[in-house]
Design a protein around this ligand. Structure first.
Ligand SMILES: Cc1ncc(COP(=O)(O)O)c(C=O)c1O
Length: 405
């Protein structure tokens, strides 16, 4: 096999080790081991043990809601929430999201109806939601994208007008605040993810918060196989419980959260300071009154002004060992698995299409150094300044890969 000389002559990357888009926040072995020892001594490792119950209660209090239901992950939480609501028909939602949102709707036997998003804040465009509501609509499912809270007031009014529940996929939004209150009590219910990529983590896990007692009772059964009591199974549920080990990680996350939030805010400020004035880069507009958790650092790359597309910037950063993520690409109406379904094929979502081609998530996590953020920003600026040269290098490298290796 002949190796192309252009590949051999690749320049030395800015970072010798990869800088990933996210790294998990984990406790030390010293913090973990006494709690694990306590769990082993009690010999209760799952099925609503003490650690589970303590975590659930602490989250309930933090979010200032009447009920919280921990679950094995956010996807199962959202799926069972939709089932617990006993919905039929269509759910108005966004295609600018992670696959879990739309798959949960579909697997709950409901049909997603995609409406467009606000081009600046990326959450549901409420006018588009209103236009999408028909007599078959049974629910509005908003996504608090990158922690930015939806227009909860207008969505609530819309839900009331049409007598349908509004719920939120708040997978990104744990510890975000809106009007000085932690997110969690908006709409009928909210789901949060505690996946290892999230700043507050149980490794795998999530929670559903609600103020509705009937919904809570139903959901609590559905995450436990639909079992009502020892002699009756009243719901078609599954095993969605959170184990004690996962709950222990969550309790330790509670101890770390303020420190992590502070570190992420500093990193995010640094990114914003260095990137906000760069032509061709636009930052997410966070809703007034919303304080985000800075778990994501996203930029919108406007190709005509930046000189390169988002995908080219992604490749250029990768050459220097900076691993970014194209979020959300593809958008849900373009997934292969939904090809042939009218709700996907007929969706016309101008803002969603544009943003899914333009948004890039940059590295952000508590152990990332501020000096490295500065280096990443300087590199982005220099990539823009040399965009023509970089475009032609990327082109020749890609044709080289196809033809030579
Ligand atoms: C918007 C959104 N919804 C749902 C999920 C699923 O959460 P989990 O990974 O806890 O199942 C994710 C995961 O990151 C997400 O980004």
């Amino acid at each position: 096999m002949m190796i192309c000389p252009k590949i051999i002559s690749k320049k030395r990357p800015l970072f010798t080790e990869p800088i990933f888009v996210v790294r998990p926040n984990l406790p030390s072995a010293e913090e973990l081991s006494p709690l694990i020892a306590e769990m082993l001594k009690k010999r209760q490792v799952t099925n609503f043990g003490d650690f589970h119950n303590e975590l659930e209660e602490r989250i309930r209090r933090l979010c200032n809601v009447k009920y919280a239901v921990l679950c094995c992950n956010g996807t199962v939480g959202l799926f069972l929430l939709l089932r617990a609501l006993g919905l039929k028909g269509k759910v108005v939602t966004t295609a600018f999201t992670f696959p879990a949102t739309v798959h949960s709707v579909f697997m709950a036997g409901l049909e997603p109806v995609f409406c467009d998003i606000d081009p600046d804040g990326y959450t549901l465009d409420v006018d588009s939601v209103e236009r999408s509501i028909t007599k078959d609509t049974s629910c509005i499912l908003g996504v608090n994208v990158f922690g930015n809270v939806c227009d909860v007031e207008r969505l609530q009014a819309l839900g009331k007008k049409h007598n349908i529940p509004v719920i939120y996929d708040s997978a990104h939004a744990f510890l975000c605040k809106y009007k000085n209150k932690y997110v969690g009590g908006f709409g009928y219910a909210e789901m949060f993810s505690f996946h290892a990529t999230k700043l507050f983590t149980t490794i795998e896990g999530g929670v559903v918060t609600t103020n509705n007692r009937r919904l809570y009772v139903k959901l609590k059964q559905l995450i436990n196989f639909g079992i009502k009591d020892e002699e009756s199974v009243t719901g078609i549920g599954l095993n969605g419980k959170m184990s004690e080990i996962n709950a222990i990680f969550g309790l330790l996350s509670f101890e770390q959260k303020d420190n992590i939030l502070m570190k992420l805010a500093r990193l995010s400020e640094c990114y914003k300071k260095h990137l906000s004035a760069v032509p061709g880069i636009k930052l997410q507009k966070v809703r007034e009154g919303c304080k985000i958790n800075n778990q994501y650092m996203t930029i919108e790359v406007i190709p005509e002004e930046f000189g390169l597309t988002r995908d080219e910037l992604y490749e250029a950063l990768k050459e220097d060992n900076i691993i970014t993520r194209k979020y959300f690409y593809p958008p849900a109406h373009k997934y292969e698995c939904y090809r042939g379904f009218e709700f996907a094929d007929k969706a016309r979502l101008a803002n969603t299409d544009t943003l899914s081609q333009r948004i890039l998530c940059l590295p952000i996590y508590a152990t990332l150094k501020i000096e490295d953020v500065k280096k990443i920003c300087d590199l982005i600026v220099s990539i823009r300044d040399n965009s023509k040269k970089i475009r032609s290098r990327l082109k020749s490298r890609s044709s080289c890969r196809k033809n030579c290796v």
